[in-house]
Design a binder for this molecule. Structure first.
Ligand SMILES: Cc1cc2nc3c(=O)[nH]c(=O)nc-3n(C[C@H](O)[C@H](O)[C@H](O)COP(=O)(O)OP(=O)(O)OC[C@H]3O[C@@H](n4cnc5c(N)ncnc54)[C@H](O)[C@@H]3O)c2cc1C
Ligand SMILES: *[C@@H]1O[C@H](CO)[C@@H](O)[C@H](O)[C@H]1NC(C)=O
Ligand SMILES: *[C@@H]1O[C@H](CO)[C@@H](O)[C@H](O)[C@H]1NC(C)=O
Ligand SMILES: *[C@@H]1O[C@H](CO)[C@@H](O)[C@H](O)[C@H]1NC(C)=O
Ligand SMILES: *[C@@H]1O[C@H](CO)[C@@H](O)[C@H](O)[C@H]1NC(C)=O
Ligand SMILES: *[C@@H]1O[C@H](CO)[C@@H](O)[C@H](O)[C@H]1NC(C)=O
Ligand SMILES: *[C@@H]1O[C@H](CO)[C@@H](O)[C@H](O)[C@H]1NC(C)=O
Ligand SMILES: *[C@@H]1O[C@H](CO)[C@@H](O)[C@H](O)[C@H]1NC(C)=O
Ligand SMILES: *[C@@H]1O[C@H](CO)[C@@H](O)[C@H](O)[C@H]1NC(C)=O
Length: 547
């Protein structure tokens, strides 16, 4: 048994009956300790409990919904927070919750709150295409579309997403959609439903598909967690930051956790227990480096930052952080001749927008919708290699629509994620536009779109960045980070590129697994969260079947 060190303050909170903080853990007990309560960690933990396992889920942040402990409710509802309300999602970055929920130790945006990215994101929910796992894809044997399709179906049964969130069957604020659909129709593109027809990704447009259910932000916090939250085999501790995995050689025995500003303790797994890291593509590498797993340079950095890394002979040298991927975004602002704008967020928050709020209380209207009004997809092919593009279109100010063009599946650029002496993960090499083929393809795609926008009679005018060079130069992160602990059959200890095997087990360990964006060896054609959840469903099944 490990000795528990319970802080006086934590004991007081526990005595007061608060759910806020961890005060004690069951040691030598759990079959699984899952680190990180984002979408991957919740889905994985939930499936383990369903399989009869004893599970501890550790999350460094707190709960964002009333049922998970939040108290920042709307002035006109004591059940909903602004985070829950789809109509506020476009403005999430301006909410006070944003500051509390965003991680401060990652080099790109990530959320340190229960639900992870799904708690703060724009809710765009793109079902993966079969080609994401098959054609031009690095997913290994056992992870092709035919293999993961049943996992996708399990996910959609619980968390399907929708292109029609309003109960009255109407769509609101369609000015931008109307202008853009006319534009694409004239170009010969086709209207599809990205949920019903996920494989159609060339010259198509769709109403946005959103992660919304029953008129609120959905995601595993709502669609998986409640199924096991009261189960005696499941413990969720929030406000607990895991520092590292504790291991004896190849065998993981537990995790070291930080429960207060300066209190740490070790939680041990049960007999034959396992640890699953689900801290996200920008944080799981930190946990690996701190555990003596990764390039020697990063492990040395972890050591110099004060972490008790294992003795050097126990280091497992794997290419963690090498292979970082993300979708780059190229932004186009377009002036149209239509009338549309953005909602008045202040009056939604303070309750004075009674028309929209009354409609919302009936499950309908503008506030049931997310930020975007249209999503389009296309592709281009060079040297027999196809790259896909997504355009996410959202109104900004009056009559102006912002198109974020993502370069997606098929891109071939990789970067490097590392660590600094203060325990921040850092980007050592940018993941964007590293290959000349990516640069040629991106330019060609943007050029084509600009030509069509600037054609006489389009009714559209580029504003801000008005030429191709300026658009390409203004590159923004897609915030769909992946591939920092890549899955594959080429063992990274033997000069290969992979950190986990096809059971998602870390090479060189007996019982350490990873389930989150880190293990994806490739990017999806659309925003990544649906793919993250599909892969978590598939990974949970692989881990349970592995013995
Ligand atoms: C601002 C933003 C907007 C986005 N918009 C969209 C969108 O519209 N559509 C879409 O599909 N995708 C979007 N994404 C991406 C998507 O949300 C992420 O890809 C997805 O959430 C990743 O899931 P994950 O399980 O891999 O990790 P994460 O969601 O990052 O979850 C990791 C979890 O682990 C916890 N954690 C981390 N370190 C520790 C530790 N040491 N100890 C304990 N817990 C820890 C974190 O608090 C978090 O809860 C967006 C992301 C962001 C940040
Ligand atoms: C907990 O989960 C197990 C496995 O699914 C199940 O058999 C049990 O009935 C659940 N208990 C409760 C209280 O839901
Ligand atoms: C609301 O929650 C925060 C943190 O979760 C806490 O600090 C605050 O005291 C709570 N407020 C009320 C009124 O309970
Ligand atoms: C944390 O604890 C260590 C010893 O355990 C002590 O040296 C250090 O000063 C403490 N830091 C803070 C901020 O209290
Ligand atoms: C609510 O916000 C709107 C927009 O800022 C403002 O005009 C209105 O006066 C506010 N109402 C209240 C009750 O605060
Ligand atoms: C191009 O790719 C397709 C699909 O992978 C393949 O069937 C075909 O043989 C390739 N053609 C050439 C010329 O490489
Ligand atoms: C707006 O532009 C469209 C072309 O996109 C054109 O058909 C229409 O006549 C224009 N409307 C006005 C009011 O100028
Ligand atoms: C492209 O646009 C940028 C910014 O809008 C401008 O500074 C630059 O001069 C333009 N270049 C050309 C070649 O037109
Ligand atoms: C390691 O891999 C690289 C690239 O894949 C190759 O060039 C090199 O020869 C390999 N080295 C060994 C020792 O196998």
């Amino acid at each position: 048994m490990q000795l528990l060190r319970v802080s006086f303050q934590a004991a007081l909170i526990a005595a007061a009956g608060s759910v806020a903080s961890a005060s004690s853990f069951k040691n030598d007990y759990y079959d699984y300790i899952v680190v990180g309560g984002g979408p991957s960690g919740i889905i994985t933990a939930e499936r383990f409990v369903e399989a009869g396992k004893k599970v501890l889920l550790l999350e460094r942040g707190h709960g964002p919904t009333v049922t998970t402990g939040a108290n920042d409710t709307l002035s006109w509802s004591n059940e909903l927070t602004p985070i829950d309300l789809p109509g506020m999602s476009a403005n999430v970055g301006a909410l006070p919750e944003w500051k509390r929920y965003m991680c401060t130790d990652t080099p790109g945006m990530a959320a340190c709150v229960l639900g992870g990215g799904t708690t703060v994101n724009y809710m765009v929910f793109i079902h993966p295409s079969d080609h994401d796992f098959d054609h031009n894809s690095n997913w290994p044997t056992g992870w092709k579309w035919k293999d993961v399709k049943p996992a996708a179906e399990r996910l959609y049964q619980r968390n399907a997403g929708t292109t029609q969130p309003s109960a009255d069957g109407k769509r609101y604020d369609q000015g931008a959609y109307k202008v853009l659909s006319n534009f694409f129709n004239r170009l010969g593109w086709k209207s599809v439903d990205s949920i019903e027809e996920p494989d159609k990704k060339h010259k198509v447009y769709t109403y946005p598909a959103w992660n919304i259910e029953d008129h609120v932000r959905a995601g595993p916090v709502r669609t998986y967690l409640p199924l096991v939250q009261k189960n005696e085999s499941f413990d969720l501790h929030m406000g607990v930051k895991v520092l590292r995995v504790v291991r004896e050689g190849s065998k993981v025995t537990g995790v070291e956790v930080q429960t207060g500003s300066n209190e740490t303790e070790i939680v041990t797994v049960g007999h034959n227990g396992r640890v699953v890291l689900s801290a996200g593509a920008l944080s799981t590498p930190r946990l690996l480096f701190n555990s003596g797993i990764g390039p020697a340079k990063q492990i040395e950095m972890a050591q110099s930052s004060g972490i008790s890394v294992p003795a050097k002979q126990d280091w497992i040298q794997l290419p963690v952080g090498v292979g970082l991927m993300d979708h780059p975004i190229f932004t186009m602002l377009i002036q149209t001749n239509a009338t549309f704008g953005v909602p008045d967020y202040d009056s939604i928050l303070n309750g004075s927008d009674t028309a929209d709020i009354e409609l919302y209380k009936q499950g309908s209207g503008l506030l049931t919708q997310g930020k975007h009004r249209m999503i389009f997809f296309s592709s281009n092919t060079f040297s027999n290699h196809t790259r896909y593009y997504q355009g996410s279109c959202a109104p900004t100010k009056n009559g102006v629509v912002e198109i974020k063009v993502y370069m997606t599946h098929g891109l071939t650029s990789h970067g490097v994620l590392g660590l600094d002496s203060k325990q921040n993960t850092v980007i050592e090499k940018s993941p964007y536009m590293q290959t000349s083929d990516d640069r040629v393809a991106a330019r060609a795609f943007v050029q084509g779109l600009v030509k069509d926008i600037q054609a006489p009679g389009s009714g559209l005018t580029l504003v801000k960045n008005t030429n191709i060079t300026a658009i390409l130069k203004d590159l923004q992160p897609g915030t769909h980070y992946a591939s920092t602990a890549k899955m594959g059959v080429d063992d990274g200890r033997k000069n290969g590129t992979s950190v986990v095997d096809t059971n998602t087990k870390v090479y060189g360990t007996d019982n350490l697994f990873i389930v989150d964006g880190s293990i994806h060896p490739d990017l999806s054609t659309g925003n990544i969260q649906a793919t993250i959840m599909v892969v978590a469903e598939a990974a949970a099944a692989k881990i349970l079947a592995y013995n």
